[in-house]
Write a protein that binds this ligand. Structure first.
Ligand SMILES: NC(=O)c1ccc[n+]([C@@H]2O[C@H](COP(=O)([O-])OP(=O)(O)OC[C@H]3O[C@@H](n4cnc5c(N)ncnc54)[C@H](OP(=O)(O)O)[C@@H]3O)[C@@H](O)[C@H]2O)c1
Length: 252
């Protein structure tokens, strides 16, 4: 008698049919998350300020999943009406909006507060906190209409970046956690799930600005946290609702 050999299970596509707005799409974590979300079936809206780099992510994403949309935008200069236009355009053109993954971040390097040019402080606060909120606020009506949806703020560890020389980047990381908790409380009865993802150190330009002499290969690549991005954006992310999820890096 021949043995029954089951068919291999189809790869899980927990984001199939979902439209996800991704900021920082050509950053280290942004790119890794884009590829993982595309493999998971998401239609991505790739936000970034450098079009040639966005185009490269577009090509890589298109080879793995649904064709993404490009949305060049400078988060330091955009205002609330720009985000309203974005939310309206995404919902109208792509048929809905089911998630936002905030990975964009501006960090210029370790500097004493006293020596930080005011325009640098203001830009970092804008990109790392205010723009995240303005984008989220503009998208909330569409996220509510989508049924199950998720807002994920990627944050850095406050105990690592809350001390001397981390400036507005460090302050904004603490504020992001407060924003996430406040918004979670205000949306807890709705279909919009709010959470934060706190990855460990990841190699790349942002990390290198603070730890210049570090042996980069000892630090995990951003890809080690890509699966956590997918998980938080998908229905299984409900277990982390209202919390800061700090997973261990997945093996590369
Ligand atoms: N790296 C770490 O060790 C680490 C650890 C814990 C948490 N995190 C968090 O993880 C997230 C991703 O970090 P990462 O290492 O992937 O950083 P990254 O490689 O520097 O990526 C950040 C992205 O944000 C974009 N960005 C900056 N300013 C912008 C602006 N004004 N408008 C639009 N986009 C802008 C950057 O674009 P440009 O290339 O044009 O500057 C870049 O694509 C951040 O939220 C960070 O706080 C990082």
């Amino acid at each position: 008698m021949s043995e029954f050999v089951p068919f291999p299970a189809a790869p899980a596509r927990p984001l199939a049919g979902r439209v996800i707005v991704l900021t920082g799409a050509h950053g280290e974590l942004g790119q890794a998350a884009a590829l993982a979300c595309a493999r998971a079936g998401a239609r991505l809206v790739l936000l970034g300020r450098k079009v040639p780099k966005l185009n490269r992510v577009y090509d890589a994403v298109k080879a793995l999943g649904p064709e993404p949309a490009l949305y060049p935008i400078d988060l330091a200069g955009a205002d609330p009406s720009d985000y309203e236009t974005l939310a309206d355009t995404v919902e109208r053109e792509l048929g809905g909006l089911h998630g936002i993954l905030h990975t964009a971040a501006d960090f210029a390097g370790l500097t004493p507060l006293e020596n930080t040019p005011p325009e640098q402080f203001a830009r970092q606060w804008q990109v790392n906190l205010t723009a995240r909120w303005f984008l989220t606020q503009a998208c909330l009506p569409a996220l509510r209409r989508a049924g199950d949806s998720a807002v994920v703020f990627v944050v850095d560890a406050p105990e690592r970046v809350g001390g001397a020389y981390w400036g507005a980047y460090g302050l904004a990381q603490q504020a992001n956690q407060g924003l996430m908790r406040m918004l979670h409380e205000e949306t807890a009865a709705s279909s919009v799930r709010v959470a934060a993802l706190q990855p460990g150190p990841m190699r790349g330009a942002l990390r290198a600005r603070a730890f210049v002499d570090e042996a980069a290969l000892r630090v995990p690549a951003a890809a080690a946290y890509a699966a956590a991005c997918v998980s938080l954006l998908s229905p299984e992310g409900r277990v982390h609702r209202g919390t800061v999820h700090a997973p261990s890096p997945a093996s590369e």
